[in-house]
Design a protein around this ligand. Structure first.
Ligand code: FES
Length: 288
């Protein structure tokens, strides 16, 4: 018998057969089982609690969206010398609290400065390969989990608008890398005290720094970044530096999901810390 090809007692070829061997015909993209596949009425034969993961993803993303939307439109309590919330960085209008970044134009004070820049982090997260998998499964149930049938009748993948727009991901990554540099700049500015004197450090400094590092690792572990670093090469031995860089990025890429969640959480925690300082709810813990 051909490796990977299993024949049941009735002579039926099962789905374990490799593709393009003729043993398993592809489906028609209409949600129905492929010809010659076993017709199983049950939605899934899985007996584990496969629904927990999509449920957690829905909860986490809904909570994050509510919080981020509220903070972005709040237009207040995002700066406490020398710290700025990542939701508002870079703050580029004359309406900004503090002066952590050059003011590029005069914006109406009723428009939150966060709204000019949040498109960039939103762009990379929304088109991220990991988040796509997460929200296609959790929100669209397409499919909700491995070996669980989806409810949709048709499947067109990302071949049509609006999902065709996911192809901008590489450009979203370029923009995110620029934001990463600015967040490191914010972390450097955080080595000042509340009077603006250099050579000081507080808990906020560490929080801004950790947030910048996590967001940078999230960007560098990106699948597009991996392709930019090591893709389109026919021969790694002629490009030893790119090979080494590709190996490092590949290592991080294996942790991309964890970095996606860790960096999302760190953005929220950093913003909460700045909010608590800005509203005089707590005082910054100063180390020196
Ligand atoms: S794949 Fe997630 S940021 Fe690119």
């Amino acid at each position: 018998m051909h490796a990977g090809r299993a024949v049941g007692s009735g002579g039926a070829v099962t789905a374990t057969a490799p593709r393009r061997t003729g043993a398993v015909a592809p489906g028609h993209g209409n949600g129905m089982p492929a010809p010659r596949r076993a017709a199983i009425a049950a939605r899934t034969l899985r007996t584990d609690r496969w629904w927990i993961q999509p449920l957690l993803v829905v909860l986490a993303l809904v909570l994050f969206t509510i919080y981020a939307t509220f903070r972005a439109f709040q237009n207040a309590h995002y700066f406490s010398e020398p710290y700025i919330s990542p939701f508002y960085s870079p703050c580029i209008t004359t309406a900004c609290e503090g002066s952590s970044f050059p003011e590029l134009f005069t914006g109406p004070s009723w428009i939150s400065p966060a709204l000019y820049v949040l498109i960039f982090p939103l762009g990379i997260r929304a088109t991220c390969y990991y988040y796509r998998k997460a929200y296609y499964r959790s929100f669209w149930l397409s499919p909700p989990a491995c070996a669980v049938a989806e409810p949709h009748k048709r499947y067109t993948g990302e071949t049509r608008l609006p999902l065709l727009g996911q192809n901008i991901h590489r450009y979203a990554l370029y923009a995110a890398l620029v934001i990463n540099v600015i967040l490191f700049y914010d972390a450097v500015l955080a080595f000042r005290d509340e009077t603006g004197a250099w050579g000081h450090m507080g808990l906020g400094t560490l929080i801004l720094l950790a947030n910048a590092v996590l967001l940078f690792l999230y960007s560098v572990s990106c699948h597009s970044c991996r392709h930019i670093v090591g893709g389109r090469l026919n021969n790694f031995s002629r490009h030893p530096l790119r090979y080494k860089a590709w190996m490092q990025v590949s290592r991080l890429n294996g942790r991309h999901m964890q970095l996606a969640w860790a960096s999302l959480l760190s953005v929220v925690l950093t913003d909460v810390y700045v909010f608590l300082l800005a509203t005089d709810t707590i005082n910054d813990l100063r180390f020196f």
